[in-house]
Design a binder for this molecule. Structure first.
Ligand code: SF4
Ligand code: SF4
Length: 157
């Protein structure tokens, strides 16, 4: 009985454990897992995050070299952060406010080590080299066909 009374007395004079919301602004606990952000300089467009996302809110567009993240569909589980081989995904402590509008975030991937980007850059380099070739080759004598025709005309006349 004495123990109970002591407990009641202690709780009457101690501060409450809960915050006085809405009069006190809500504070996240440190280390809370909230919004997901992508680092386009680290991503290699492997698609692992897309395959592991249970809410299907990551879309990897390899052709456009872009990540599409459906923020309002994300359940903040953190699976994508764990599977990413290049640590290109992180979760910060900021929650996007609830909204009736769908929020989609696009991240441009610029990592030159991404196989898709490497391939594209190699193709572009080959195209450029091919375009420069005739220009340099055209500086030399390249009219034997025309000259021949003139000769033919001369002989036939
Ligand atoms: S945190 Fe979970 S739900 Fe959100 S994008 Fe990552 S895997 Fe998908
Ligand atoms: S964010 Fe990570 S897991 Fe997702 S495609 Fe890029 S490298 Fe792969």
């Amino acid at each position: 009985m004495l123990k109970i009374l002591a407990n009641i007395g202690k709780n009457l004079i101690s501060k409450p454990y809960t915050s006085n919301y809405p009069f006190t602004p809500y504070q996240h606990f440190p280390g809370v897992r909230a919004d997901v952000t992508f680092d386009g300089t680290k991503c290699i467009l492997c698609g692992l995050c897309q395959r592991s996302c249970p809410a299907e809110c990551i879309l990897i567009h390899k052709e456009q070299e872009q990540i599409e993240y459906l923020n309002t569909q994300c359940i903040r589980c953190g699976y994508c952060v764990r599977v990413c081989p290049t640590n290109a995904i992180s979760q910060n402590e900021v929650y996007t406010k609830p909204s009736r509008q769908r929020l989609t975030v696009y991240t441009k991937v610029t990592n030159e080590n991404a196989p898709v980007i490497k391939k594209r850059m190699a193709a572009e380099a080959a195209k450029k080299a091919a375009a420069e070739k005739p220009a340099t080759a055209g500086t030399g004598p390249a009219k034997p066909a025309g000259e021949k025709k003139v000769d033919e005309k001369k002989t036939s006349a």
